[in-house]
Structures are given as structure tokens and as C-alpha cells.
Ligand binder design. Structure first.
Ligand code: F6P
Length: 603
């Protein structure tokens, strides 16, 4: 017995409300804005989703039109990249007591990890001392799972920086925050500014400086904005650097894992490879060199999206799997596997997904991951990432409903790929592959076998490059774009997105709390105070806010929200209908597809 059936929500709505139209005036940086290109992406076919994502990604390389909005290829950006590359070069040439630290939260920290380990690998090949370290808010568990609360903690940012830099005399610190917003990174930058004899700070993000977050950080006298202002002043004498081109709003509003992450990778790959070439192959850092390298990444986008049909097939397959509660697994080799792990890790906070919905696995597991803290398997099943783990805990339960994607290149052990493909094929025919190779490669015999086993194969052919390491970086970016399209597209098809908003966003840190409040304002048309009140009611599950709640701070709110589901959808129903919380809950239970639920209420 389920109790009385609640009346359809539409009946509870006030007769008229035009919430959808008011809104563009709610202040937020470009990285949080709604992208006009994707306003209807929630209603699009898989093919159209892929083309729309392509158009969004293309905005990364658009030319500068507004004076205050530098773009990737703007003169000032290229010049700053040169200067930073030269600093890295100096450290590479005289590595004793020096370090280059890359740090960030969420995907920004994961990409810091990817690049620090890849460039250290290059150094190891050359028998040089390793100069790169990474820091990710929340520690290594955040490489594979969402840990948003540490993002708000400037002290832990500073502590972790001090720890990796112990005994160093020269540190080039690169703090990544796409939104120029994470207090964790602000704390680190502030610490660098206080110790200029050792630290040279670089901030990397995708908003104009004046849009850096100016919200007070509890216990601190600075904001991200004030730190950026100081750095701007110091950048004139090149003791601090700002790399902050704009790349347009994200396809899913605020989802900085997408373009923010891609642009982070492009910029740092360019800087670090220019520095390596200068230090080890006598190729000085030049303006033209940097510019050319950046343009080559524009080509990477073209080559990747030339595969629209293949990507569409993958989005459709993954969407079908997610819609029926089945799973999507990425089985990867080498660094491309890391991009699978990264893409999967973001589905939870972005789409409120379960860790089993989209999962990544890496050949060799932690043996090949080279993370600071070593194997994390003891933390739980979510941290089991090797192909053996896949064979043991996932393969036995696979069916045709699950989508499996092999991700590999001509440089990987194709015999091993074929072997795994055969094992998967015994359980499901829903097997697909992404295969990167160059036009100069002769196909391995097993490649044909693998294609025969797969429902679809994305064969990405790349022109033979000047350097192998550049080729790998292109494959990495291309894989990132492909997987972002697959997981974003699949969740859109599942109905997790309303227009271009992730409406079921988890409210687990200050940035997400503010994003949620703005979204409620936008969709309900109610003022900020009323929206925040509804948000708190949904977080604490009460109809009336107590003094206890209203006097608690943001940390308390976000900690409580961590234990809840559907906070924002609930708050929205409450705002639109004025009904009690329990009533809103039962309405939502009846219509679990959030997009359809919201549309029913708004129509
Ligand atoms: O809070 C989670 C998150 O939004 C991730 O999705 C994102 O990768 C991370 O924060 C970092 O954001 P930023 O680079 O803007 O600091």
C-alpha cells in the first residue's frame, strides 16, 4: 500500500508564472553561465548532442572579440605561456632543490596528476631528476571519486603545498581553478605570495580576472578575487603569472570538467613540452613555437569530431545502458585509461550518478597509475580499477544491456586487448572500441579480430607527428573529448539534464551551493533569499527553518546535503508549488526523470 496518490503537480501550480524568462541578470562568471548553443540539448538526438558539443568545444579556439576576454590564442596568453615555459626550463636545467607543483580540485586536480606523472615519465626516460609534483584537494582518493568538501578548505591547500615543497628553494606553483573560485587553491596562491623568495605563483582559470570569486572565505582575510588582484599587480614585474583565457560557457552549465579541463590540458601540455624542448633538445621557447603548438590542438578537435557517426553510436549505446539502469565501462590501456578513470569519476557529482553507472578500469591498475599514495583498493570497490578487478567483479554480471568500451592505441599491447575483448564478448555483444593510430602504422593482425568482436569501432587515424610525445598528448585530449561526449550525452538521454542545467547537482561545497541557489532563482523566478530558504528546507528536510539551521554556516549545510538526494529538485518543487516538503518528495518519487518532472511543473 502506497498511501493516497498525490494530485498531479500541474494542478498545484499557481495559475501563471514566467520563471523561465527572467534570469540572465543573476551574476556569475562565464564558467558558470548557460551556453546559448546548448539551451535545448536536453531534447536533442544523440547525433545532435555530439554536433552541439563539437560547436561548444570549437568556442575554445574562437578569436578574441571583447577586450577583457582573452582567448586561447590571444597575444597576451601566448606571451605568458612563453614566460612560464621559460621558468620551467630553468628548473629543468637546474633541478636541485626545485619543484614544479600542479594543483587543483576535482578534475583540475586530476589533470594536474595526469600531467605531472606524464612529464615525470619523460624525465625518467631521459635519466633526469623528476621535478613535477601534483596536489589534489582531498588527496588521492579524489582522483577516482568526488570529494568536494576539501575544495572549500584553504588551510589544507596550504598545508599540502608546504608538505610537498619541504626543503625546496625554488618552486613554480601552478594553481588550477577553472572558475577562479576554489578556496583550496586561493589559500595556496596566498601562501606563495607571502613567500616570494621560494614560490612563483601561476594561476590558471577561464574567467576574466574581475570575475574571480569574491565571496569571503571563513577564517581568511583574502578571497580568490583579492589574490588574483595582487597577482595581476605582480605580473607586471613577472613574479606572478595569470593564464586566464575564456573558452565560453560549458555545454552543461558549470561543468568545468569539459572545456575547462580540455583547455587546462592544452595550455599545460604546451607550456611543459616547450620547456622540455628548450631544456633538452636545444629548441628555445618562441612565440611562434607556442602558437603553432596551440593551433595543432585545434586540429586535434577537428580530427576527433570528424568521427561524429562513431561517437553518436557510442552515445546511443551508453544512453540505452544508463536508461535501463545498466552500466557503462571503459577498459583502457596506458594514459588513455586515466582519462577513462577521470571521466567516470565526474559522473557522480555532475549527474548524481552511482559509481557503478559509468566506471573506468586501467590495465595494470595502480602499478601503472603512479599516484602519490599507491594502491587505494582498501578504500572500497569504487577504488578497484585494474582489468583484473573488472574481470572479477563486473564481468560475471554483464549482459547485452551493458556497454563496454575498449580504449587503446597502436602503442599498446594489442594481443592483450584482443584477449580481453574475447572474454567480454562471451558475456555481451555490446562491445565497442576506440583505437588511435597514425597513418604510418601498419595494422596489427589482432586489430582485425578486435574490430570483428566489436559492434562499433572508432578508428582514429592521426598524421605521423614530429614527436611521439606530442602524438600521445593529442590522443589523450581526443579521448577526453570522446569520453566527455559519451558520458554527458548518455546522461542527457537518460533525462538527467533540464535544458542545459544539471538540476540534480549535489550541494556539497560553497561553489555548488551558490550554483544551486542561482539555478533555483532562474527556474522559479523567486528572489535569492526565498530560493536559499527553499534550498535549506530541502537540505534539512524541514518545512520551517529553525534558528539552529539559519545560524549554521555553509560547511554545516554542505555536510548535511552530502547525506541527501534530490535536494535541488525538491527545493524547486517547493518553490513552484508552495507545497509541503513531504508532498514534494512523493511527487518526485512518482516522476524520477527530473527533466520530465520539471517540464511538467513549468508547462
Ligand atoms: O566541486 C566539484 C567541481 O565542480 C568539479 O566538477 C570540478 O572539476 C572541480 O569542482 C574544480 O573546479 P574549478 O577548477 O573551477 O576549481
Amino acid at each position: 500500500h502506497h498511501g493516497p496518490v498525490p494530485a498531479p503537480l500541474v494542478l498545484l501550480l499557481p495559475p501563471r508564472h514566467d520563471a523561465q524568462i527572467q534570469c540572465s541578470d543573476i551574476p556569475a562568471g562565464i564558467t558558470e553561465k548557460s551556453n546559448p548553443l546548448t539551451r535545448n540539448i536536453d531534447r536533442a538526438s544523440a547525433d545532435c548532442i555530439v554536433r552541439t558539443l563539437q560547436a561548444c568545444d570549437a568556442q575554445m579556439f574562437q578569436e578574441q572579440t571583447e577586450a577583457s576576454h582573452q582567448k586561447l590564442l590571444s597575444d597576451q596568453v601566448v606571451k605568458t605561456l612563453m614566460e612560464v615555459a621559460k621558468r620551467v626550463e630553468l628548473i629543468l636545467k637546474d633541478p636541485q632543490d626545485s619543484l614544479v607543483v600542479l594543483s587543483g580540485c576535482g578534475t583540475s586536480g586530476r589533470l594536474a596528476f595526469l600531467m605531472a606523472t606524464s612529464f615525470n615519465r619523460e624525465l625518467r626516460k631521459l635519466n633526469r631528476s623528476l621535478v613535477y609534483s601534483y596536489i589534489i584537494a582531498g588527496g588521492d582518493r579524489a582522483l577516482l571519486s568526488s570529494q568536494e568538501a576539501p575544495e572549500d578548505d584553504p588551510k589544507s591547500g596550504t598545508l599540502s603545498l608546504k608538505k610537498v615543497c619541504e626543503g625546496k628553494k625554488q618552486v613554480l606553483f601552478i594553481g588550477i581553478s577553472c572558475g577562479l573560485s576554489a578556496p583550496f587553491v586561493a589559500g595556496q596562491l596566498d601562501f606563495c605570495l607571502q613567500h616570494p623568495e621560494v614560490y612563483t605563483p601561476v594561476v590558471l582559470g577561464f574567467n576574466p580576472a574581475h570575475q574571480a570569486k569574491d565571496e569571503p572565505i571563513p577564517g581568511c582575510t583574502f578571497t580568490f578575487h583579492s589574490v588574483v588582484q595582487r597577482m595581476q599587480e605582480l605580473s607586471k614585474s613577472q613574479v606572478a603569472f595569470l593564464i586566464n583565457p575564456t573558452v565560453g560557457p560549458e555545454a552543461i552549465s558549470g561543468s568545468s570538467r569539459m572545456k575547462g579541463g580540455s583547455a587546462t590540458k592544452i595550455l599545460l601540455d604546451v607550456v611543459l613540452s616547450a620547456a622540455h624542448a628548450a631544456a633538452f633538445t636545444n629548441t628555445p621557447v618562441t612565440y611562434e613555437g607556442i602558437l603553432q603548438h596551440m593551433r595543432a590542438y585545434d586540429k586535434t578537435l577537428d580530427i576527433t569530431y570528424a568521427q561524429t557517426e562513431g561517437i553518436t553510436a557510442l552515445v546511443e549505446a551508453a544512453g540505452r545502458s544508463l536508461r535501463c539502469g545498466s552500466h557503462v565501462c571503459y577498459l583502457g590501456w596506458g594514459s588513455l585509461a586515466v582519462l577513462g578513470l577521470i571521466d567516470a569519476s565526474e559522473c557522480d557529482p555532475t549527474f548524481g550518478a552511482d559509481y557503478e553507472d559509468v566506471r573506468g578500469f586501467m590495465s595494470g591498475g595502480y602499478r601503472n597509475l603512479s599516484n602519490n599514495e599507491g594502491p587505494l583498493t582498501s578504500l572500497g570497490p569504487q577504488f578497484c580499477i585494474s582489468h583484473e578487478d573488472f574481470l572479477r567483479s563486473v564481468l560475471p554480471y554483464l549482459s547485452d544491456q551493458d556497454t563496454i568500451l575498449l580504449i587503446f592505441t597502436r602503442s599498446d599491447d594489442v594481443t592483450e586487448v584482443a584477449k580481453l575483448a574475447r572474454r567480454v564478448r562471451e558475456k555481451t555483444s555490446n562491445l565497442h572500441a576506440v583505437y588511435h593510430h597514425t597513418d604510418g602504422d601498419t595494422a596489427a593482425a589482432e586489430q582485425g579480430d578486435i574490430s570483428n568482436l566489436c559492434l562499433s569501432t572508432l578508428n582514429v587515424t592521426w598524421p605521423t607527428p614530429a614527436s611521439r610525445s606530442f602524438l600521445l598528448m593529442q590522443w589523450e585530449l581526443s579521448t577526453k573529448l570522446l569520453l566527455n561526449a559519451v558520458s554527458t550525452g548518455a546522461h542527457i538521454l537518460k533525462g538527467k539534464v533540464y535544458r542545459n542545467h544539471m538540476i540534480d547537482v549535489q550541494v556539497t561545497n560553497s561553489k555548488l551551493y551558490r550554483r544551486a541557489t542561482r539555478l533555483l532563482q532562474k527556474l522559479s523566478g523567486h528572489p535569492e533569499s526565498k530560493c536559499e530558504e527553499a534550498l535549506l528546507r530541502a537540505i534539512y528536510r524541514v518545512d520551517k527553518l529553525t534558528l539552529d539551521i539559519t545560524s549554521s554556516d555553509m560547511t554545516a549545510h554542505t555536510l548535511t546535503a552530502r547525506k541527501r538526494t534530490k535536494v535541488v529538485p525538491l527545493a524547486l518543487v517547493v518553490l513552484l508549488t508552495g507545497c509541503a516538503l513531504s508532498e514534494a518528495e512523493s511527487h518526485l518519487d512518482q516522476q524520477p526523470i527530473v527533466r520530465e518532472a520539471v517540464e511538467a511543473w513549468l508547462s
